[in-house]
Structures are given as C-alpha cells and as structure tokens.
Design a protein. Structure first.
Length: 208
C-alpha cells in the first residue's frame, strides 16, 4: 500500500488527472496537494517499479539491452525515451512491460481508497484515457496547453527537440481528451492563473 489513510480518514472522491506531456499535470497536482488532496503519481509508481534489481527493470534490459543502464545500475530514462519515441514498435514493447504492473498498483490503491471515509485522491496518469483507468475515477481533470508551450517545457527538462516532438506525436490528441474531461485547466498562462482555476474546481468537490 502507498499510505492513503491520512489523519485517520480514507479517500472516497477520486479524480483522474491527465494531459499531454508538458501540459502542466505535475503543477496542478502540487496545487491540489496543497489544498488537501492526496496525490498518487503514476510516473512515480513506474520509477519505483523500475529501480535496480526489480523484475520490471530486468525485463527492460532483457528486451532493450543493458546499454540503457547508467553506471550505477539505474535506468537512463532520457536515453530510453529518445529510443522508444522514435520507434513505435519499441514503444509498444516498452508499454507491454511497464503498463501492466503500474496499472495493477493504481487499481489496487483506487480500490483501497473506495473502502470508506472522506477526502480526495488525485490519480495523476498521463495515459489515463488510453489505459481505460477513467472508468475507475469519479471525474477526469485535463490540463491543456498550446503545442509550442508543451514543446518548450519538454525541452527545458533536457529532452531534444526530436524526442520532445516524438513524445507529443505519440499521445492521444488533446482535442479528443477534452471530450472525456469533466474539468479542463488551461496552463498557457501564469502560475497564478492556473492556481485560480484549480481552486475554483476544488471548491466544488472538496470534502466538508
């Protein structure tokens, strides 16, 4: 378990937070945490499951080779991203390795959160809609931003222009995601503007 019981209460309101890479999901998740939500980050789950000496990392190295490991034995994520986001076949192979164990953890934690009590759990999942996890949440919150802004944000993380563009091209179009969203947060503007939107939505769903 990931410790979802906080101050004696359990989570019952589940928000699925999704959006393109570089669209501001992590920023919105941090704001929600400040407001009192418990955040479960799928990327952090994936990182935990791919630590050295884990079965998932062993399978990744078996399929893709040990050249994707750093000298300390950890996964070289930028190198892996550069490889799989220019090769759809390899990206699908990686997804077959990583997605099932990550989804298992997320589904287990969501089920545990349903047991009773009050509170809000935010499940931050880049591929929420693609993996069908939206069926397990009460609301889908979507972060959106312009293509140039998303690209620049990804490049600011150290990704090359080609890798960043490949990541964005591989994702479900933002317009399609919008059709499934209960609430949309536009992160094109300032942090203050983003926070105003999040606070507005939070006041509509926060526990008493």
């Amino acid at each position: 378990m990931l410790g979802l019981v906080v101050n004696g209460w359990c989570i019952v309101k589940i928000i699925g937070l999704t959006g393109d890479a570089g669209s501001g999901k992590s920023t919105v998740a941090r704001i929600l945490a400040e407001l009192g939500a418990v955040v479960l980050d799928a990327d952090r789950v994936a990182r935990r499951l791919t630590e050295p000496e884990t079965p998932v990392l062993a399978e990744i190295t078996r399929v893709f080779g040990r050249g994707l490991l750093k000298p300390d034995g950890t996964l070289d994520r930028p190198r892996l991203a550069a490889r799989v986001f220019t090769n759809p076949g390899e990206r699908e192979a990686l997804n077959r390795i990583i997605h099932p164990p990550v989804l298992e953890v997320l589904e287990r934690e969501i089920a545990a959160a349903r047991e009773g009590g009050s509170g809000v759990l935010v499940v931050e999942v880049p591929l929420l809609l693609e993996t069908g996890l939206e069926k397990l949440v009460d609301e889908v919150w979507l972060t959106v931003a312009g293509p140039d802004i998303k690209l620049e944000r990804l490049k600011a993380r150290g990704l090359s222009s080609g890798t960043a563009a490949g990541i964005l091209a591989a994702q479900m179009p933002q317009e399609i995601k919008s059709k499934h969203a209960h609430r949309i947060i536009d992160t094109n503007g300032s942090l203050t503007r983003t926070k105003q939107q999040v606070v507005k939505y939070w006041t509509k769903i926060k526990p008493e």
